[in-house]
Design a binder for this molecule. Structure first.
Ligand code: COA
Length: 197
């Protein structure tokens, strides 16, 4: 991946040794911060292993650095069974570096990596506030309570919607990565059961 500098911020592929710093961003995600309390060395080791598996697993973990300090990261995973679609699963920028476009370069670099790898659709679970970063990056989004669907031969789970969101995310952002990407249909989520969450 080529590195990009925007306003002295360098975006590069994460390395296993970045795991501890990446984990420290968990506190900025309401849905992760409350999960299991402080994370120990075992968790750092787990995340380092995940980062090390980037090439084989096709996940892409990028960090944004300013003056040698990681000030943000973006973590994307291919969506299993959904065709050539990727979930930009986690993106965070340290509070003192926000509103400077750091998320823009992380989003753009993640998208570019997957576009080059042949992926055609990117999705992300977002909140009322974070969708603005994706909107600014040119992504579209589905209203609260809606899901998106697309068609891809052989894909059994070609959709992304409320069932996949935590309670801290209420909408779905999406982007077609190539002009031949399948059309994305936005539709109200159909309630299929009465399972209370
Ligand atoms: C979402 C997040 C990654 C955005 O990072 P960022 O680098 O500050 O984003 P940008 O500078 O590219 O800002 C993008 C746009 O989002 C909107 N925005 C971002 N923060 C905002 C705020 N506090 N109030 C109002 N609008 C805001 C603005 O429209 C902004 O564009 P502008 O500065 O030109 O007006 C960052 O706020 C964050 O880390 N949040 C906590 C973690 C999180 O919720 N992650 C997303 C879900 S996984």
């Amino acid at each position: 991946m080529t590195s990009q500098r925007i306003r002295q911020v360098l975006v590069r592929k994460a390395k296993p040794r970045d795991a501890e710093r990446i984990n420290s961003f968990d506190r900025y995600f309401p849905h992760l911060a409350t999960l299991s309390g402080p994370k120990g060395p075992f968790y750092t080791q787990f995340v380092a292993g995940e980062i090390a598996s980037q090439t084989s697993s096709r996940k892409v973990v990028l960090v944004a650095e300013e003056k040698g300090l990681i000030v943000g990261y973006a973590w994307s995973n291919p969506l299993l069974e959904a065709g050539p679609a990727v979930d930009l699963d986690l993106i965070a920028v340290s509070p003192e570096m926000r509103r400077r476009g750091v998320s823009q370069v992380l989003i753009a670099s993640s998208v570019e990596a997957y576009r080059r790898a042949g992926f055609k659709i990117a999705v992300a679970a977002v909140s009322e506030l974070s969708f603005k970063a994706f909107e600014k990056a040119g992504w579209d989004y589905a209203p609260v309570g809606h899901e998106i669907r697309w068609e891809w031969p052989g894909a059994s789970e070609a959709w992304f919607g409320p069932d996949m969101l935590s309670r801290h995310h209420d909408r779905v952002a999406f982007l077609r990565l190539t002009s031949d990407a399948p059309a994305i249909h936005v539709q109200p989520k159909v309630q299929t059961g009465a399972i209370a969450k």
